[in-house]
Design a binder for this molecule. Structure first.
Ligand code: SF4
Length: 267
């Protein structure tokens, strides 16, 4: 469990890492491949990585951390290949003070390739630490619906199901009323042309710009952000502007959150 610079969460937690979506702006892949150790040293079977050979891609499950020569746990022993770090599942329960936890900042936990058992293991771990608010986020919201239809998607006050939306008409999860849902419009790379009904029943709209070395030429226009704020206003969905919008919006960023969401102070 890490402190996070992500301003809408107080912690990020990565019981699963790796992602196969291949977004060109992915910061997570860059980090994982830079600090990852797969292929740099002994091969996985020598290092305690369990490679799942029946999967179409390389998948790994780790019961224990892989450690470097000094005993420090490697954060990305399998680079950016999908990996379940089973030893991290107990982390939320160790933290007594309530947190707003972004689950899977270095993965898409709901990618089509993720085994159901991994998602279930993460949900179970969250339910063992109900003091926290869990913010899930995916670019594959269909998986939420699949889990819902299978009776495997918990409807809990502290579970928030987020969908990343970066272009007009993108699909998102806006499930039955007993489920909390939110949208993350980040990076905002083009106008959404949002209006009545565009955000469904989403209870929270997070907006942010692209960051990183190539981001200078991909900043949103102010009117694109204004359009999102107006569309969110139609359904009274609070808007949270990430700090990286300050250059576009100015210092008075709107940083609201849903009333029903436990919003513990950052610690
Ligand atoms: S969904 Fe997220 S983690 Fe996956 S490739 Fe895209 S930016 Fe990276």
């Amino acid at each position: 469990m890490n402190n996070t610079k992500i301003d809408w969460a107080t912690r990020s937690w990565n019981p699963v890492t790796g992602c196969l979506h291949g977004c060109p702006y992915c910061y997570a892949r860059k980090i994982a491949e830079r600090f990852g150790t797969l292929f740099k040293g002994p091969q996985p079977e020598d290092e305690g990585l369990t490679f799942l050979p029946d999967e179409p891609e390389r998948f790994y499950e780790l019961d224990e951390p892989v450690r470097d020569a000094s005993g420090k746990a490697e954060p990305f022993p399998a680079n950016f290949y999908p990996t379940l770090h089973r030893y991290r599942l107990g982390d939320p329960a160790k933290m007594k003070k309530p947190q707003r936890i972004f689950v899977g900042s270095m993965a898409d936990l709901f990618g089509a390739w993720v085994p159901d058992a991994w998602i279930k293991a993460v949900f179970d771990a969250c339910q063992k630490a109900p003091q926290h608010t869990y913010l899930f986020l995916t670019k594959n919201p269909q998986r939420y619906y699949d889990l819902l239809n299978a009776g495997e998607l918990p409807a809990l006050d502290n579970f928030w199901y987020g969908s990343t939306v970066t272009k007009e008409g993108a699909e998102f999860f806006s499930g039955p009323i007993r489920y909390h849902s939110f949208l993350s419009v980040e990076p905002l790379l083009e106008p959404l042309n949002a209006g009545l009904g565009s955000f469904g029943a989403a209870e929270w709209i997070i907006v942010g710009a692209m960051t990183g070395p190539d981001s200078k030429d991909h900043q949103p226009r102010r009117e694109w952000v204004e359009n999102i704020v107006e569309a969110a206003g139609i359904t009274h969905a609070p808007v949270f502007m990430k700090g990286n919008l300050a250059g576009v919006w100015g210092p008075d960023l709107i940083q609201d959150h849903p009333k029903g969401m436990v919003w513990p102070e950052v610690v």
